[in-house]
Structure formats: C-alpha cells, structure tokens
Design a protein around this ligand. Structure first.
Ligand SMILES: [Zn+2]
Length: 95
C-alpha cells in the first residue's frame, strides 16, 4: 500500500474528501463539463481546507492584486480574484 490507511487523513478530512468526490460524480452524471466541475470544486476545496484552521493549507494570493481572495476568474490563463477578473473584462465607455 502506498499510503497509510486512509491516506494519513483524519476521519473528518476523509469524509470531506469523499463528499467532494461525491459532488463531482453527481455533477458529472448530470452532464456538466469536467473542466467546470474541477475548477469549481478545487476552489471550494481550498476554501474548506483553509477554514479548518490547518496551518498547512494557505489560500493562494491573486497574482494580479496580490490579495488573498477567492480565485474565481481567469485572466491570461492565470486564476485571479473576482475584482481582477472584472477589471480585465471592463471596457471603457465611449461618450
Ligand atoms: Zn486580484
């Protein structure tokens, strides 16, 4: 066996991991695109792990503004926060 029983995770984390897997399976079965599911659940997974207070998981910084925010958008192939995503999409008004 490559990992210790349960992958070295606590029962709580194993349950959390299984819940994420179940959600991914349900969404895949409903026909959602794998890339969308992975992107969405990865963000939730990071948030949930950080919320457990573990010191080994640190939410990544937005590469544009440097703030530690949820990275829900994509700019030039990089995951960025909502504010930076919206700024990148903004178009100047023509008056
Ligand atoms: Zn940002």
């Amino acid at each position: 066996m490559r990992y210790a029983q349960g992958g070295g995770l606590t029962a709580e984390r194993r349950e959390f991991r299984e819940r994420i897997r179940y959600q991914a399976g349900e969404r895949f079965t409903r026909g959602e695109k794998t890339a969308v599911i992975a992107k969405d659940l990865r963000v939730r997974f990071i948030d949930a792990l950080a919320a457990t207070g573990t010191g080994t998981v640190i939410k990544p910084l937005c590469p544009v503004c440097g703030q530690r925010r949820r990275l829900s958008g994509t700019v030039d192939g990089r995951r960025v926060c909502t504010m930076c995503d919206e700024q990148a999409r903004a178009v100047a008004c023509e008056l």
